[in-house]
Ligand binder design. Structure first.
Ligand code: 13P
Ligand code: SF4
Length: 371
């Protein structure tokens, strides 16, 4: 099986394993160095100055001299392979601005995946996003640069968990967040993302609606849709569950006038403390529209970094949390996946067909509701 994770397994627990990874990474680097000029280069940095201009407030010139040769090699290889790069808003700026063809939140990336004409999709994001692209595009090669780019929500539930919820709430429809495996999607009635969850729940023809696997998204949706009884699975996002309402209040007291903007994977008391809540693209649109003097993005750290150059008048303040899964995707691994064509995501065709129903229902309903 072509699984890149043999090159970078999660946490090595023995010296032998550590040595093995080191050897494999060394082999990958040797192979890349044999094919591409990847030495830091001021000339290459200068050649790609237009691209650098989109992120020069957040990436230093010496760092750009390191990244530029990788960006150049990836852009050339992308053409050769007839590949398209779909990148989530949490990717680092050198990926988001340097090599992506499309950037967006989970819903936008899923919709874009239905429109791809290229032969190869490189998913710069986490595994469930690549799986969603594959489900929607079974005939394409979908590559993920690191198979271990997981998600705490996707890991929190299995198809058996969905069956458990159905047994507990007979007849209630199951609305499942896209942050799940194909098996879980296949066992669900319809998917949702953070940008359409409330509308999808409101549209269900039932008083009780099961939401999985994010307890906080479900609780936030329940407040928005008070005429439904929303019941949930107890999963959570390790990035957003760390924020507390007390932290936000203290930050606001310390730095008055800060606009606080939070992702709906945060606990409900955090959302109550925020001035706005929305999907990652909803957050970006809000900051563009409102242009607050000071903004605290209660979400993943790359969000503020990616829009800093577009919004020089906005001061992005406050702490942020890093998603360790999203951060597994690097320029080096993207180059390796396009070079080696390793890291292809496969989904069992029967599971994919069932999961496609749940994802397509979501996309169709979103279009009809114009979310
Ligand atoms: P969005 O759909 O808002 O981009 O969220 C995806 C995600 O994983 C947030 O943690
Ligand atoms: Fe999953 Fe949270 Fe990372 Fe998003 S930020 S990919 S929900 S762990």
């Amino acid at each position: 099986m072509n699984r890149l994770h043999t090159l970078s397994p999660p946490v090595p627990n023995t010296n032998r394993q550590r040595l093995y990874i080191l050897l494999d990474e060394t082999a990958m680097r040797t192979e890349l160095a044999n094919h591409y000029d990847l030495t830091p280069s001021l000339a290459c940095a200068e050649e790609l100055a237009d691209i650098y201009a989109k992120m020069d407030r957040v990436i230093s010139p010496p760092d750009w001299a390191i990244y530029a040769p990788y960006v150049k090699a990836i852009l050339a290889l992308k053409k050769q392979r007839n590949a398209v790069i779909l990148a989530h808003n949490y990717m680092t700026p050198e990926i988001y601005h340097g090599i992506a063809d499309v950037v967006g939140d989970s819903l936008q990336l899923a919709i874009k995946a239905t429109e791809v004409e290229a032969d190869v999709i490189v998913q710069c994001g986490v595994h469930f996003m690549a799986e969603t692209s594959k489900i929607l595009n079974p005939s394409k090669t979908v590559l993920i640069p690191d198979m271990d780019a997981g998600c705490s929500l996707a890991e929190s539930i299995t198809a058996e968990g969905i069956a458990e919820m159905r047994a507990k709430y007979p007849g209630a429809p199951v609305v499942t967040y896209v942050n799940t495996t194909a098996e879980v999607k296949a066992a669900s009635d319809i998917c949702c993302t953070s940008s359409n969850a409330a509308q999808i729940v409101a549209a269900q023809d039932s008083d009780t609606v099961i939401m999985t696997p994010d307890q906080y998204l479900a609780q936030n949706v329940a407040k928005e849709v008070p005429n439904k009884r929303v019941v949930w699975w107890a999963g959570s996002c390790i990035v957003h569950e760390q924020y507390t309402a007390k932290d936000l209040r203290e930050y606001r007291d310390w730095n008055p006038g800060t606009r606080i903007i939070a992702h709906p994977e945060c606990p409900p008391d955090v959302i109550a403390e925020a001035d706005f809540s929305g999907s990652t693209s909803g957050i970006i649109d809000y900051v563009h529209r409102e242009r607050p003097e000071k903004a605290m993005l209660v979400t993943e750290c790359s969000m503020a970094a990616n829009i800093s150059d577009e919004l020089p008048d906005v001061d992005f303040v406050g702490p942020c949390n890093m998603c360790p899964y999203m951060k597994k995707i690097t320029l080096e691994k993207v180059l390796w996946s396009l070079h080696s064509m390793q890291g292809a995501v496969e989904v069992d065709p029967e599971i994919a067909a069932q999961a496609r129903v749940a994802v397509e229902r979501m996309i169709d309903l979103s279009r009809r509701l114009a979310v």
